[in-house]
Design a protein around this ligand. Structure first.
Ligand code: DGJ
Length: 387
């Protein structure tokens, strides 16, 4: 009798297990803004994320959010998922865990945002940089943090954080700008203040201790050189900084982009020898209109191309209710580009959604149009820059 019961229980368990896995339907398309279940049927938890392709597998790293408003702080760490096709993602767990040690810079309750991972061919290490705000300091510290791993899924070891480029002027600074003196107490947002910011008032202020680094991304160029791109100078100016050969430090070679332009959320890609940036304005968790820029060299000069969104007024004003985080080049070897953005849910951070859209081109400009449901095979109108 006992044996008979055991067999029944085992059969029930098998049924439950098989039932569960098969109920997790295989996804065959992107559905921007909807819940996006992972292999366990749980909504993907990798916000402000970026993707690394390594040996034929995609790895998606992002902020692990928790419930409620406090869920925007780093209570858990950086989450990693893997996928072969970009539609179906396997939970690989926490790649970089927050520390329980109150002395650690990445102690639970700090802010870890927009983690990005690149692979270094020379050292064979996986290198993660992320925006770090020290616990209980709001967004004042504006540091960039570094963690390194031997495997793409981690565990990543926290190495250090810093304010980049201490003691260095940007390469596009003039002699006059280096020698400029700024009047104290300029009224914020006045014309004089904006001019002073555009001429590097905050670079002067932070010259000794290093520059601010908030919203960020990473980019590896065709020659293997990597760049750290971040909002600096109180979010007024973007900085593009070259990383050293093993990607674990800054070379102090950096340029400013759109001084006093107030850009956040940088996402970059390269197409046909040109570099394109898509950014947002600065309105906290509330979405605003995206901006786009083009350059022939990564360190600039950059030219403004305007709002890349096409659609209704509301869609254009809010970037389809989202904010850029990353652009994935050549997904599935199609030569296409995917714009990745976050639809934040600040009151319940874990409920944030992902807006992935194909980048289309109009007269050499990257453009974005809303799609409810799309896949890589039906984007045959993603064409060359000159169409
Ligand atoms: C906008 C940034 O892009 C986000 O990453 C986050 O820092 C929020 N601001 C915080 O308000």
């Amino acid at each position: 009798m006992i044996r008979y019961k055991a067999i029944i229980s085992l059969a029930a368990l098998i049924f439950l297990f098989v039932g569960n896995t098969s109920s997790q339907e295989k996804q065959q398309s992107f559905k921007p803004g909807e819940l996006w279940p992972d292999n366990n049927g749980v909504h993907i938890n990798a916000h402000g994320g970026g993707i690394l392709k390594y040996e034929g597998t995609y790895f998606w790293f992002g902020e692990h959010k928790t419930e409620g408003e406090a869920g925007n702080r780093a209570n858990v760490g950086v989450h990693c998922y893997s996928s072969k096709d970009l539609y179906n993602w396997k939970d690989e767990g926490i790649a970089l865990a927050v520390s329980q040690d109150p002395e650690s810079e990445i102690v639970k309750g700090c802010v870890i945002e927009r983690p990005k991972v690149i692979f270094n061919q020379k050292t064979k290490k996986f290198v993660m940089w992320f925006h770090l705000e020290l616990k209980s300091m709001g967004y004042k510290a504006a540091r960039t943090g570094l963690a390194v791993a031997d495997s793409p899924t981690g565990p990543f070891r926290y190495i250090k954080s810093l304010n980049p480029n201490a003691g260095q002027w940007p390469i596009n600074f003039t002699k006059e700008q280096k020698e400029m003196q700024f009047p104290a107490n300029l009224k914020s947002w006045s014309v004089e203040w904006k001019n002073a910011v555009a001429n590097g008032m905050f670079i002067h202020r932070d010259f000794e201790k290093g520059q601010m680094a908030r919203d960020m991304t990473l980019f590896v160029d065709d020659d293997g050189k990597a760049y750290h791109i971040h909002s600096s100078e109180e979010n007024l100016t973007l900085h593009i900084s070259e990383l050293n050969d093993d990607y674990t430090d800054f070379t102090k070679n950096f340029a400013t982009v759109m001084p006093a332009g107030h850009n956040e959320a940088p996402a970059i890609f390269k197409k046909e020898g040109k570099y394109f940036l898509i950014t947002s304005g600065c309105t906290g968790w509330t979405p605003n209109a995206a901006r786009s820029f083009v350059a022939d060299h990564i360190l600039g000069p950059w030219t403004e191309l305007g709002n890349p969104c096409r659609g209704t007024e509301e869609e254009m004003k809010t970037t389809f209710e989202s904010q850029s985080t990353f652009i994935l080049e050549n997904p599935d070897n199609t030569g296409q580009y995917i714009f990745m953005a976050d639809r934040w849910r600040p009151k319940n951070a874990i409920d944030g959604r992902y807006i992935w859209l194909p980048i289309l081109f109009e007269e050499g400009k990257p453009t974005l149009k809303w799609m409810d449901n799309w896949d890589l095979s039906n984007i045959d109108y993603v064409t060359s820059l000159n169409d």
